[in-house]
Design a protein around this ligand. Structure first.
Ligand code: ADP
Ligand code: MG
Length: 246
């Protein structure tokens, strides 16, 4: 019996003139890999920002652990152990890998001084857990995109997340890097952490997720076990059109 971590009920969000989300409901269960699929402009990033407390929805309800959350702010979202890895990673290019990893922990500790030995040890441990070799003293901007992404994932793991959201994480990755990412996503799940994997790429969403929600033009079209779908079905749901194979 799977249990819901977060439930979005009938969420609506308008920007002047654009109905970005219209009556969208989504349940993410504890410890599942859930894919949110949709074409560009379908409302995926807007939905993520609602979960992250960055946007206040105009309509609908959010429940976490079965309890209604009245006004979800970014701080509250983090307190509920939700971590978002945005497409730009939100890291600091001119800080080192260790400094990037330390920042959240140091802010949470509310101390005025930073114990760099402890910070390096924690950062090392976070990267080791991912099974990747990254120089902690390298300036972040010297890393390739895949390296920056791993730092962002390590940072999310250091914060004891219960849900990690990845917005189009494979956009700039090579095939080999996608394999590494998938291994890490499965490791994350093995620790009981849920992952919301946001994508518009057919093959990878079918490969990685257990459940799939498709949105189109800001509306949810379907939600179900990934094994119920094939590529053709997902394309039809995403585009609303029948694609006839040649
Ligand atoms: P996706 O991530 O699926 O590509 P988005 O959530 O970014 O889609 O966008 C959904 C729709 O909402 C698009 O039409 C987009 O132009 C619009 N939109 C998103 N954010 C804003 C914003 N801050 N202001 C105005 N329109 C926005
Ligand atoms: Mg987006």
């Amino acid at each position: 019996m799977s249990e819901a971590f977060i439930e979005l009920r009938n969420i609506g969000k308008r920007f002047s003139g654009v109905h970005a989300l219209d009556d969208v409901s989504l349940t993410i269960n504890k410890g599942e890999i859930h894919c949110l699929a949709g074409e560009n402009g379908s409302g995926k990033s807007t939905l993520i920002k609602v979960i992250a407390g960055v946007y206040q929805p105009d309509a609908g309800e959010i429940l976490i652990d079965g309890k209604t959350v009245r006004h979800l702010t970014p701080i509250e979202s983090v307190r509920h152990a939700i971590q978002v890895i945005y497409q730009d990673f939100s890291l600091f290019g001119n800080l080192t890998v260790a400094e990037n990893l330390a920042l959240n922990t140091a802010l949470r500790a509310k101390r005025k001084t930073v114990n760099w030995r402890a910070v390096h040890a924690l950062a090392r441990e976070a990267l080791d857990r991912l099974g990747v070799e990254i120089d902690l003293t390298a300036e972040l901007e010297t890393l390739p995109t895949s390296g920056k992404q791993l730092v962002a994932i390590a940072r999310a793991l250091m914060s004891d997340a219960r849900l990690i959201i990845m917005d189009e994480p494979t956009t700039a990755l090579t095939g080999k890097e996608v394999e590494t990412l998938f291994r890490i996503v499965r490791d994350i799940q093995a620790r009981g952490i849920a992952v919301l994997f946001v994508s518009h790429k057919m093959r990878e969403m079918l490969d990685i997720s257990e459940r799939l929600t498709v949105i189109r033009n800001g509306r949810k079209v379907v939600e179900g076990p990934t094994s119920d779908f094939d590529e053709g079905a997902v394309i039809r749901h995403m585009t609303g059109q029948d694609i006839v194979a040649e």
